[in-house]
Design a protein around this ligand. Structure first.
Ligand code: SF4
Ligand code: SF4
Ligand code: SF4
Length: 282
């Protein structure tokens, strides 16, 4: 079976003793998915759980993607063609290009440990299997449903598909109704609706920053909104820049977010808004 160059690089990070077995497992999964080429994302899903901690220290980062990336029936963008795989590959390439291993070597007195690594996680739906809530940056694919001009046949499929009780059929209005306070933008009702009455409104990614485990664990705080892929890349670059400027002695970005709190988030929010204004010309 053919392997993309980046995928070969990823599998070669494994200890030799584990490489052959893992390679066979990944190829079997790729074959089962009806494909004949192993991409970086395929390799990453297999490799992530067993890459030894020395790798995180050397690379200066750890990037986890959920196991179903691009294939899982639960992914938020399954109604369209916006799989998270392309964006997750871009995020990985960005992290590699940042040379965070070199940065940490210069910043940390003594040996760089795995716990110093900058952690990013990407999940293709709000089930969040790759635990984005406990990473320096977490990304979750999201699709917010909206009602369209199409007909509602009152079938109740949307209601049945929603595990949050965020959508129900309203007989008087002859349509479905949403409670957006409950909706977590999983996209299930969009896929379930047979007529297209429910379409994708804001479709993109939720982003959270500042999560970690360890001696002082905390959950990441979510930035308000659903962002397109370019804005996600902008946010990650902004965070990496802030991390480089503020981190000394291997201090985690999550600790910087915790210490600076609202002040840091508000500067980031302003940068996101300015970028949006520049792009829209407003
Ligand atoms: S996070 Fe969602 S898309 Fe990814 S493996 Fe879990 S259930 Fe599937
Ligand atoms: S209404 Fe329910 S099923 Fe639809 S996107 Fe929101 S949480 Fe998911
Ligand atoms: S919105 Fe779609 S899924 Fe929901 S009841 Fe109407 S036709 Fe059925």
């Amino acid at each position: 079976m053919q392997w993309e160059g980046e995928a070969i690089k990823a599998i070669n990070r494994l200890p030799v003793a584990k490489r052959r077995k893992e390679k066979a497992r990944i190829e079997a999964a790729v074959l089962k998915a009806g494909k004949d080429i192993v991409t970086l994302a395929d390799a990453a899903t297999g490799v992530q759980g067993i890459v030894n901690t020395a790798t995180y220290a050397a690379d200066g980062f750890r990037f986890d993607v959920c196991a179903g990336m691009g294939e899982c029936p639960n992914r938020a963008h399954r109604h369209g063609d916006k799989g998270g795989r392309e964006l997750s590959d871009r995020v990985r390439r960005l992290l590699e290009a940042e040379n965070l291993g070199v940065f940490l070597k210069q910043s940390v007195k003594g040996p760089v440990r795995a716990h110093h690594a900058f952690r990013v996680s990407f999940s293709d739906c709000p089930n969040a299997c790759s635990q984005p809530q406990i990473r320096d940056i977490g990304i979750i694919a999201a699709a917010l449903p909206v009602l369209t001009e199409m007909a509602c046949i009152m079938c109740g499929a949307c209601e049945n598909a929603c595990r949050e009780n965020a959508v129900w059929v309203d007989a008087d209005r002859e349509s479905s109704v949403f409670d957006y306070n409950r909706c977590i933008a999983c996209g299930s009702c969009i896929s379930a609706c047979p007529t297209g009455k429910i379409g994708a409104g804001d479709s993109g990614y939720r982003v959270m920053i500042g999560g970690k485990l360890g001696r002082h664990p905390r959950l990441a705080r979510e930035l308000p909104g659903i962002f397109d892929a370019e804005t996600v890349m902008f946010i990650i670059k902004w965070c990496l820049n802030a991390y480089r400027q503020k981190s000394t002695q291997g201090r985690r970005f999550a600790d910087i977010v915790a210490e600076e709190g609202d002040a840091l988030v508000s500067v980031l929010q302003k940068a996101i808004d300015n970028r949006k204004q520049l792009n829209t010309g407003r």
